[in-house]
Design a protein around this ligand. Structure first.
Ligand code: GRF
Length: 195
């Protein structure tokens, strides 16, 4: 791949999915994407420290005290400065403004810890257990204006065990997230380049 798609990963927390995306890319320089920026709305996010250790460029700005749209336009400006073509949300705990979603239409992926369309929003693992679901899992999807409702690109199932609580289930689902997110991003980036 001569010209990998330039990806920004947006995080708010520990950044384990960001790490999985970075490591997958690192294992083979011939990947269809490359991470050019890790950006966060939480300047003290642990994931930013991890990103810098991985040799990735980081940027952060607290959203506090700012209108949603105003903050998103600052993010948009930084992404454009870095020539970003595709955004991977990875534990980005911030709703995006409709203006931002429109500007990046078809260019924002997210990983969600449930088998969408089941259990949109937060607290997914507890809700899956309470609902008596046989399987939990995770989904990579395109971001649209409707929260966690864009087209699903990839999913993995994780069996819910009788002894599971939300934490033990979250741990196994996270492993599945790390496995599918890089593959889905790679496939999407390849399709973008070939379009
Ligand atoms: C993951 O479970 C992801 O699915 C959800 O937020 C969590 C982020 O974890 N959107 P990490 O920051 O990637 O470790």
């Amino acid at each position: 791949m001569v010209d990998p798609v330039r990806v920004a990963v947006l995080i708010s927390g520990r950044g384990s999915n960001m790490r999985a995306l970075s490591e997958y890319r690192r294992r083979d320089p011939d990947r269809a994407y490359r991470i050019v920026l890790v950006a966060s709305n939480v300047p003290e996010a642990r994931g930013l420290v991890l990103a810098r250790r991985l040799g990735l460029k980081t940027w952060s700005l607290s959203h506090k005290g700012m209108e949603r749209r105003e903050f998103d336009m600052k993010v948009d400006a930084v992404l454009r400065e870095h020539g970003v073509e595709l955004i991977a949300l990875a534990g980005y705990m911030r709703l995006l403004s409709p203006e931002f979603v429109k500007l990046w239409d078809g260019r924002i992926l997210n990983i969600h810890p449930s088998l969408l369309p089941l259990h949109k929003g937060l607290d997914t693992h507890r809700r899956a257990i309470l609902a008596g679901d046989e399987n939990a899992g995770c989904s990579v999807h395109l971001v649209t204006d409707d929260l966690d409702s864009g087209p699903v690109l990839a999913q993995a199932q994780v069996r819910i065990l009788p002894r599971d609580d939300a934490d033990s289930l979250a741990e196994r689902v996270l492993e599945a997230e790390h496995a599918i997110y890089p593959l889905a991003l790679e496939e999407y980036a390849r399709a973008l380049r070939e379009a």
